[in-house]
Design a protein around this ligand. Structure first.
Ligand code: TMP
Length: 225
């Protein structure tokens, strides 16, 4: 109940903290884009914390290991995968994101709920109605203030990820899976005005300039409102 009140308080403008999320498929360049966001917030004197999903709290990091590990004795079911993602998100929201926002800090999220909708919804084919129930239980209407979605063709993204080194359990999926994830990301990004799509196939400098511009624009908007 306390949690619900806190979430509602935030959406009605009682807190100055903002939740910026970066999303995209493997090899999209999330890490360097996060560095650009950090730099931009620092230049504007905005205090922030970083989170990542799955993970971000001690318990959620254990769940992350379970989700990413390729060394399981048994195959992870798609239901377990989905529930671990939301269990991790619930821990992170209650223990890190909401307290930071309530304290007026901004939060930079390396992935959030859009990932589940793209990977588990699009990739695994989970029914949207069922997922919406789990989302409601976990998030209670909470959502990011702005999401920067780095759009990359999965063929390019996966080859970048492979060049980086060892692949985790999800990265070892077949290309068909990633094509479904990509299509879902694009579909969801088109439907939601709070998602800014950045073409991540461009030169890195261009990508970073677009990310910086979006964040500066968002900061200006928050000062107005
Ligand atoms: P990454 O943080 O290194 O990108 O790894 C996280 C992996 O987990 C990545 O393959 C995307 C996947 N994932 C989901 O399938 N669903 C989710 O809800 C989240 C947050 C991540």
């Amino acid at each position: 109940m306390t949690q619900l009140t806190t979430i509602k308080g935030r959406s009605s403008g009682m807190s100055a903290g903002k939740f910026i999320v970066i999303e995209g498929m493997e090899g999209a360049g999330k890490s360097s884009a996060i560095a650009v966001i950090e730099d931009t917030l620092n230049k504007h004197g905005i205090e922030f914390i970083n989170t990542r999903e799955p993970g971000g709290t001690p318990l959620a990091e254990s769940l992350r290991d379970m989700v990413k590990s390729v060394d399981h004795q048994e195959k992870l079911t798609v239901e377990t995968e989905l529930l671990l993602m939301y269990a991790s998100r619930s821990q992170l929201l209650a223990n890190k994101i909401l307290p930071a926002l309530a304290a007026g800090k901004w939060v930079i999220g390396d992935r959030h709920d859009l990932s589940s909708r793209a990977y588990q919804g699009g990739g695994r084919g989970f029914d949207e109605t069922i997922m919406n129930t789990i989302r409601e239980i976990t998030l209670k209407g909470f959502s990011p203030d702005i999401t920067l979605y780095l759009d990359i063709d999965p063929h390019i993204g996966l080859s970048r990820a492979k060049a980086r080194g060892d692949l985790d359990r999800i990265e070892l999926e077949k290309m068909d899976f990633f094509i479904r994830v990509h299509n879902k990301y694009r579909e969801l990004a088109e439907q939601d005005d709070s998602i800014v799509t950045v073409d991540a196939a461009q030169a890195m400098l261009q990508v970073h300039q677009e990310v910086e511009k979006a964040v500066i624009g968002f900061i200006a908007e928050t000062k107005k409102g």
